[in-house]
Design a binder for this molecule. Structure first.
Ligand code: G3I
Length: 350
């Protein structure tokens, strides 16, 4: 069933509910988690969960949490090989208290390998045993409580030429990916296992290479169940690229997770901020329309990579230095719904 688009950016912005008030200058929105026909997630950290205003808004609007960094090797794996789970445990407790799902992010990533694994690089057998043990120790701790995991994150070079070089590939070969999925599936056969990457909409060649990798993994019998398309995009992204990307990604028949959504308004600094905001609104509309066109059985959900603009990595040095703060998500620095939140509410329900 083809879905009609919702309001265009300009029209949508002009029909905001007029119940504006001091704590909601653009009007209130209903809990988005009850509007969406699939789970809505948000990235979090221990510090954010300890903030009562963050907790109140996040638990009202979303039904799933992803650890922004504290379930990654950079936090869990200590130099001596021991594992530190205090903040992952706290996130699990917070999710349970608030009847929220947790998406596991991430087990194996080129960007983080840790001194422990670097010290084992000369002994492939010991390395492989430690590799499988890390996956089983981390996943096993939450077996049956974490529905889906990003087993391997960002395996493809930005230009799409092939598999990135990384310590995992250097020691274990190209099959480091299949080995990770097999270890993950052995640990928790009930978990949905994802391969996750970014720019799959922005760089068609990267998408092609990524999807070929998925097809090869499936052909080799790897327990690959889902694709995470991070969707860190900028407002000046060409219209139509998201729609094509989601069609291509969904064509494999796997489960699809929009896993790290944010829409930067700093891709187009030439215009005044009103223009990037309109482009941002139209891209969100396009994304949710295209995601809604994916068969319901393949829709794992949409995860925002921050709750409030001030929580976004894009407003940290990692996200780049900008003259103005970025505005990549649905709620403003005060936690108030922006026009983008109203667009989300209208687009997600169609
Ligand atoms: O909060 C601590 C601080 O107490 C400590 O002094 C400091 C120095 O170690 O670290 C601070 O933690 C940092 C954390 O962000 C704060 O939220 C970590 O070092 C830093 O590595 C971490 O960066 C995260 C990054 O992944 C690396 O894990 C970003 O928040 C997170 O947004 C980013 O997310 C990635 C996805 O996992 C994969 N896709 C791209 C996305 C954006 O880069």
């Amino acid at each position: 069933m083809h879905r009609r688009g919702v309001l265009t950016g300009a029209a949508a912005l002009s029909v905001l509910p007029m119940t504006a008030c001091a704590d909601a200058p653009y009007g209130q929105i209903p809990p988005l988690k009850f509007l969406a026909p699939y789970p809505l997630g948000v990235a979090t950290t221990a510090r954010r969960m300890a903030d009562p205003t963050w907790a109140e808004l996040a638990t009202t609007q979303f039904s799933r949490l992803t650890a922004e960094w504290e379930m990654k090797m950079e936090y869990i794996l200590q130099p001596d090989g021991s594992l530190k789970f205090d903040r992952a445990d706290a996130l699990m407790a917070f999710a349970a208290q608030n009847r929220m799902d947790v998406h596991g992010h991430t087990l194996i990533w080129y960007a983080q390998d840790g001194a422990h694994f670097q010290a084992l690089a000369g002994n492939p057998n010991a390395f492989l045993n430690a590799y499988a043990a890390y996956i089983s120790d981390v996943m096993g701790r939450y077996k049956g409580r974490i529905r889906g995991w990003d087993v391997v994150n960002e395996p493809i070079w930005d230009d799409g030429r092939g598999l990135r070089d990384c310590l995992w590939r250097k020691v274990l070969g190209d099959d480091y990916i299949g080995l990770a999925f097999e270890a993950a599936h052995r640990t928790d056969p009930s978990a949905i296992l994802f391969l996750n990457d970014y720019n799959l909409e922005f760089t068609p060649k990267k998408r092609t290479t990524f999807l070929k990798l998925c097809e090869r993994l499936l052909k080799d019998g790897a327990p690959l169940h889902g694709i995470g398309t991070q969707t860190h995009i900028a407002a000046d992204l060409q219209p139509g690229l998201i729609t094509q990307a989601l069609r291509d990604i969904a064509s494999l028949g796997l489960i699809v997770h929009v896993s790290e959504l944010d829409i930067s308004v700093h891709g187009d600094l030439t215009a005044n901020i009103a223009e990037p905001r309109l482009k941002q609104a139209r891209l969100l509309e396009e994304l949710l329309t295209a995601y809604g066109d994916i068969p319901a059985t393949q829709r794992y959900g949409v995860t925002l990579w921050a709750l409030r603009d001030s929580d976004s990595w894009l407003n940290t040095p990692q996200g780049g230095q900008h003259l103005l703060p970025d505005e990549p998500v649905l709620f403003d620095r005060q936690g108030r719904p922006k026009p983008l939140a109203h667009i989300f509410a209208k687009s997600v329900t169609l």
